[in-house]
Design a protein around this ligand. Structure first.
Ligand SMILES: CC(=O)[C@@H](O)C(O)COP(=O)(O)O
Ligand SMILES: NCC(=O)COP(=O)(O)O
Length: 237
């Protein structure tokens, strides 16, 4: 079964536009769970432009499903994650000023850095996932770090999908096979949507978890959160 983790960054973006607490980010997390989400994802960025440090503690204290914190492992981020103790930390190589995540790690160049982080988080009982592209050598080096999982960066899939779905998914199928053979769990995320999710799932049914935010929260404007989450879960069948 592929779990749906709802990324609620964009709910915090709306809240922050006015300050205050509307919409209430932690309540949305609770409601996502009530409507069937199997996890909540947040990506606190250094400028706290959406998810704030307080949000991370607040959400952790209120949700019951899996909590996934994504981000660049700066000293502040590492400290935050170790204090909050989520189910999973996803290590993402974003520059502080990145508009959004735009690449996976070079796991060969960053091998020692990532290996040390995996050990550090594992020692306090936090599952690790390393954000990667589909290159075989990159995945092999990810496996050597000892990480529990990788998260495949699916933006290239989402971009090519409308033009050539087969060509879009093929590198991901190959990458997932390599990762599985190496004993890695596989997550996937970025720009997944109601349009492209089912095809990815049908081709790689052994993905453990997809984290979806931007498209899902946008769909909720039209469908409402409950129907939207049901529609995304329906794509994972
Ligand atoms: C790690 C990743 O793929 C990102 O998609 C993410 O967490 C979204 O971040 P923003 O919501 O800041 O664009
Ligand atoms: N890890 C990807 C994620 O959490 C959400 O990405 P997106 O759906 O907002 O592009």
């Amino acid at each position: 079964m592929t779990k749906l983790s709802v990324n609620i960054n964009k709910v915090a973006t709306i809240r922050n536009a006015r300050g205050g607490s509307v919409p209430n980010v932690a309540q949305v997390a609770i409601d996502c769970e009530k409507f069937g989400a199997e996890g909540i994802t947040v990506h606190p960025r250094p400028d706290q432009r959406h998810i704030t440090i307080n949000d991370v503690f607040d959400i952790k204290s209120k949700i019951k499903t899996e909590f996934n914190i994504e981000g660049y492992p700066s000293p502040d981020f590492i400290k935050l994650v170790k204090e909050v103790k989520p189910t999973q930390v996803t290590l993402v190589p974003d520059a502080p000023d990145a508009i959004t995540s735009n690449a996976g790690w070079d796991t060969k160049i960053n091998f020692q850095f990532l290996s040390d982080l995996v050990d550090e988080f594992r020692s306090v009982g936090i599952r690790t996932s390393i954000f990667t592209g589909t290159d075989t050598e990159i995945i092999e080096y990810a496996a050597k770090t000892g990480t529990d999982r990788i998260e495949l960066y699916t933006e290239p899939y989402a971009t090519l999908y409308p033009k050539d779905a087969e060509a879009a998914v093929q590198p991901f199928v190959e990458a997932a096979k390599v990762a599985k053979r190496l004993g890695l769990g596989i997550n996937a995320g970025h720009d997944l949507s109601l349009e492209n999710l089912n095809f990815l799932y049908k081709n790689i049914p052994f993905i453990e978890e997809v984290s979806i935010g931007h498209a899902l929260i946008s769909d909720a404007l039209y469908l409402g959160l409950e129907r939207t989450i049901a529609a995304y879960k329906n794509c994972l069948k």
